[in-house]
Design a protein around this ligand. Structure first.
Ligand SMILES: NC(=O)N[C@@H](CC(=O)O)C(=O)O
Ligand SMILES: [Zn+2]
Ligand SMILES: [Zn+2]
Length: 338
């Protein structure tokens, strides 16, 4: 197959930041119709009013259909969450364990404290998106997702069986199994976790543009993710987790976590699905399963992916003083979008 026409995809996990960076990266998600926008700004987006004004800044910066989220803190007011959802200001609430990832210092330390918010969300049908990693320093970074499933997510699910959950950026076969074993749960998968394993990041030299959280795992986990994404199962769908950082913050002694994939996500995905002999399932993963999980209509427009002779991933996008290096600069791409 040399050409594939699918309904226009959405991105169910996207970081657009704010200010100059927002102006730079908002147009770079042009391949997608809608996107769930992560609230981990500094300071984070914690109230409905803040989400509404952030939405306006995103639209002004050139991304037309942002779906907003609120950052769950131990101070979050259940009534504000429910009202923001009822008024159409937000699509979901995001749970970051405090300290788990970029800009998560205001996240949740004690999961019992947020139980009233979760109960109100369960009652009102507000979805919860979760960064699923424990943060205990004594837990090895490669085990943090699997331990989170046992220690946090399983009890949370049992306490709130009606809560619609999106387990974000799953990276292990443990998470794939957990998602399959629970109803009312969806999972996003990123491009980088489908394409790379920890050897790609660490063997023969450290590659900062492959460093993100949850961290890339071993090959067997990558294989489980590729099987899930190409299985046709509706619980798995695309969330790029495109997470831009200035190039100087990535190419640094302490490298910031996040891969900037938005501009090349679909060509990369087409190649992955082609390698798995599953191009006929790309539309489900990128364009159909996400809307079904969130109870939204699918997009009416289509996009066409065309196979081309390999061309290198562009190295960076730039605006004024800000430069952001793309995920895996120079890596060959085999598809283009028209
Ligand atoms: N994925 C990342 O490595 N980084 C994200 C945060 C997140 O999604 O965990 C970011 O905001 O930079
Ligand atoms: Zn995350
Ligand atoms: Zn993210």
């Amino acid at each position: 197959m040399d050409s594939l026409t699918i309904r226009r995809p959405d991105d169910w996990h996207l970081h657009l930041r704010d200010g100059e960076m927002l102006s730079l990266v908002a147009p770079e998600s042009r391949d997608f119709a809608r996107a769930i926008i992560m609230p981990n700004l500094v300071p984070p987006v914690v109230t409905g009013a803040q989400a509404a004004s952030y939405r306006d800044r995103i639209v002004a910066a050139g991304f037309a259909q942002p779906l907003m989220t609120l950052y769950l803190t131990e101070q979050t007011d259940p009534d504000d969450v429910v009202a923001a959802h009822r008024n159409g200001v937000i699509t979901a609430v995001k749970l970051y364990p405090a300290g788990a990832t970029t800009n998560s210092a205001s996240g949740v330390r004690d999961f019992d404290v947020v139980r009233p918010v979760l109960a109100a969300m369960e009652e009102a049908g507000v979805p919860l998106c979760i960064h699923g990693e424990v943060t205990d320093p004594d837990i090895d970074i490669f085990d943090r997702e699997a331990v989170f499933l046992d220690r946090v997510l399983t009890p949370l699910r049992a306490a709130h069986p009606g809560l619609k959950i999106t387990l974000e950026h799953v990276t292990t076969s443990d998470a794939v199994d957990w998602v399959r074993a629970h109803d009312n749960v969806g999972a996003t998968i990123t491009v980088q976790h489908l394409m790379k394993s920890r050897n790609d990041m660490l063997a023969g030299g450290m590659r900062p543009h492959l460093y993100c959280l949850p961290i890339l795992k071993r090959d067997t986990h990558k294989a489980a993710l590729r099987a899930a994404a190409t299985s046709g199962e509706a619980r798995f769908f695309l969330g790029t987790d495109s997470a831009p950082h200035p190039t100087h913050a990535k190419e640094a002694a302490c490298c910031a976590a996040g891969c900037f994939t938005a501009p090349i996500a679909l060509p990369c995905l087409a190649h992955v699905f082609e390698e798995e002999d599953a191009l006929d399932r790309l539309e489900g993963f990128a364009s159909l399963h996400g809307p079904a999980h969130y109870g939204m209509p699918v997009n009416q427009e289509t996009v066409t992916l065309t196979r081309t002779s390999p061309y290198p991933t562009p190295s960076a996008v730039q605006r004024g003083d800000v430069s952001v290096t793309l995920f895996d600069p120079g890596h060959p791409l085999h598809w283009t979008l028209s």
